[in-house]
Structures are given as structure tokens and as C-alpha cells.
Design a protein around this ligand. Structure first.
Ligand code: NAD
Length: 307
């Protein structure tokens, strides 16, 4: 098959691109390199630097493509609170531009990488895909709006659409910005260096941490799975882990002795997040393989920056 991956130089995009290329698939990648790094991509991938809102570039890159994976996005929740317009432009506007270009060229399927963040606070866990979304940040709103655009434009123009709501993904190669770094690489790094682990709130909030290889398995399956058109499917592990437990695991796998600081005043996000995987199992044959402790050890071993 011929694939186009947007956001191909990012954490999840590059893992997917390399996997597909290793399997002998033909892969094109697009990324503006605002945070991504093209050096991590296999030389078999045809990489183009460009913006997701560049329609002429998309028209060219989409020629002959069977399936598009759409991952290009701004991804930091706290940053989206400061710059909602930018998040709207890239995450929503970019998705609409891509869908329009796919319509013009005639592509069969798009797999959109959405986020568990759209659920926000919910009464019941695990979270099923039919829960009413309660986004709490411009990032979450942008992913939800993008889901609606993908499904609506897809339905209007006969493009098959699959939206994967990925929960907290982690693993080697995760982008680590100087501020607002995702919790797992931040904890592993600080614990390894005997630095400081900052816990927001009481540390009782739970998240569903899913290893990158498992996310890639789900994404790979979504390109060819039958009967998935218009579906929204969770991708996580079905296990919720508290931040306190994550601190314990970070200390265990690194053997470090960092200072752990609690910051009770900071917004700690939704209290609980755990994916219901019934649909993922049914539709994608998805079963997460990597337990958190094993995933943390692999991340530490493979990610040079964290050692
Ligand atoms: P990432 O930042 O590593 O990847 C995003 C990529 O998009 C980057 O390489 C960046 O350079 C590129 N990009 C940003 N703006 C662009 C633009 N205007 N044009 C072209 N490319 C642009 O983040 P990631 O964690 O790999 O996330 C990939 C996708 O998965 C995103 O859509 C994100 O919302 C989604 N997602 C990630 C997680 C997670 O835990 N990592 C969870 C849920 C959903």
C-alpha cells in the first residue's frame, strides 16, 4: 500500500513510519519540523518538509495514496491554554485542509490520531467511546473538532474514516520540550539525574499509559481493518495508574534518588482516565502487549536523552 503520514517526524509518526517501511510498505512523510526530527526516519521513507495547511503540497503528496495517517498537530495541553488560536489553526484548520485535499485527489481511507483528552472528567471509568466528551483545554477541543470534521467530510465525500483516541502514549523518542514536558520522560530523566520530580495535585490522579509499540500496532491495524468506517476507537491499556505509582516505578527502574515535590495548587487535569478497549479488541484485534514497568525500562534503555 502507499501511505502518507502527516507529523511523520514526530514521536508517534516516526515510530509508525519506520514500522511500515520495515514491513516493505511505501511511505511518504510530511512534517513542518516544528518539533519533529527527520533524522530518526528510515532512509526508505520519502520525507517532505511542509505545513499541513499547504494544499498544493498535499495535492502532490496524496497522488496514488491509499491511506493517510493524520498525526501532524500541536500537542501540549498547557501550551494550548496560552495559544488557543495556534492550536485551532494547526489541529483544526490543518485537518480540514487535509480532508479537502483528500477529497480533491480521491483517497480511500484516513486514520486520524485523536486523543483520550477529549473525555475530560467523567463519572464512570473505563471510558467508552460513546461517553459525552467534556474537553477541558483548547487542545482537547481541537482534537474533538477535528474528529467531527474528519467524520463529516469523510461521510460527505465517501472517504473511509477511523479516529483513534490514543491515551497517554510514551516510549523512546518522545519529544521533550524544555517546558510542559510529558510526565514519563520528565520523571525518568529527573529520577536518573537525581533531580526533582514535580507532582501536580495530590498525585492520586490516574492515567492510562500506553507504550508506543502498542499504539503503532493499533494504527497499523486501522489501515486495513474491515467495518471501521466512521468509527472512533480507544487505544490505551485499560489499566489506570496514579502519579504516585508512576513516581514509585520511575524510582525503581532508574535506581535514582530524586527529590519529589508536590505542587497542590496546580490544576491536575481530570481525576481519572482509563480506556475501555472493547471496541479496539473487536474492530482492530488490538491487545496491548507492554506492561508499564517493562515499557519504562525499554524507554530508559533506548532513549539516550534519559540516561
Ligand atoms: P509530536 O509533537 O512528536 O508529533 C507531532 C508532529 O507534528 C511533530 O513532528 C511536529 O513537527 C508536526 N507538526 C506540528 N505542526 C505541524 C504543521 N503545522 N504542519 C506539519 N507538521 C506539523 O507528538 P506525538 O506525541 O507524536 O503526537 C502525534 C499525534 O498523536 C498528535 O496528533 C497528537 O495529538 C496525537 N496524540 C498523541 C498522544 C501522546 O500521548 N503522545 C496521545 C493522544 C494523541
Amino acid at each position: 500500500m502507499q501511505f502518507l503520514i502527516t507529523g511523520a517526524a514526530g514521536f508517534l509518526g516516526s515510530a509508525l513510519a519506520n514500522r511500515l517501511a520495515n514491513e516493505g510498505q511505501s511511505v511518504r512523510g510530511l512534517d513542518d519540523l516544528s518539533t519533529g526530527d527527520p533524522n530518526v526516519l528510515s532512509p526508505d521513507i520519502h520525507f517532505t518538509r511542509g505545513d499541513i495547511n499547504d494544499r498544493p503540497k498535499l495535492w502532490t503528496l496524496l497522488q496514488g495514496v491509499d491511506c493517510v495517517y493524520h498525526l501532524a498537530a500541536r500537542v501540549l495541553v498547557p501550551e494550548s491554554v496560552l495559544y488557543p488560536r495556534e492550536y485551532n489553526q494547526v489541529n483544526v484548520g490543518g485537518t480540514v485542509t487535509l480532508m479537502e485535499a483528500m477529497r480533491d485527489v480521491g483517497v480511500r481511507r484516513v486514520v486520524f490520531i485523536s486523543s483520550g483528552a477529549i473525555y475530560g472528567d467523567q463519572e464512570t471509568q473505563p471510558l467508552r467511546e460513546d461517553a459525552t466528551p467534556r474537553p477541558r483545554s483548547p487542545y482537547a477541543v481541537s482534537k474533538l473538532a477535528a474528529e467531527y470534521y474528519v467524520r463529516t467530510i469523510g461521510q460527505l465525500w465517501g472517504i473511509e474514516t477511523v479516529c483513534l483516541r490514543v491515551f497517554n502514549a510514551y516510549g523512546p523518542g518522545q519529544h521533550m520540550p524544555p517546558v510542559h514536558a510529558p510526565v514519563i520522560p520528565a520523571f525518568l530523566r529527573q529520577a536518573s539525574l537525581n533531580g526533582t520530580l514535580i507532582v501536580h495535585g495530590e498525585g492520586t490522579q490516574t492515567r492510562d499509559y500506553v507504550y508506543v509499540d502498542d499504539v503503532v500496532n493499533a494504527m497499523a491495524a486501522a489501515a486495513t481493518a474491515p467495518d471501521v468506517d466512521q468509527h472512533i476507537i480507544n487505544v490505551g491499556t485499560g489499566q489506570e495508574v496514579s502519579i504516585r505509582e508512576l513516581v514509585r516505578l520511575a524510582l525503581e527502574v532508574t535506581g535514582g534518588d530524586p527529590e519529589v515535590v508536590y505542587n497542590p495548587r496546580n490544576d491536575r487535569g481530570p481525576a481519572h482516565m482509563c480506556a475501555d478497549l472493547t471496541l479496539a479488541r473487536q474492530k482492530l484485534g488490538y491487545q496491548p502487549q507492554t506492561l508499564l514497568e517493562e515499557g519504562l525500562r525499554k524507554t530508559l534503555e533506548l532513549d539516550l536523552r534519559l540516561r
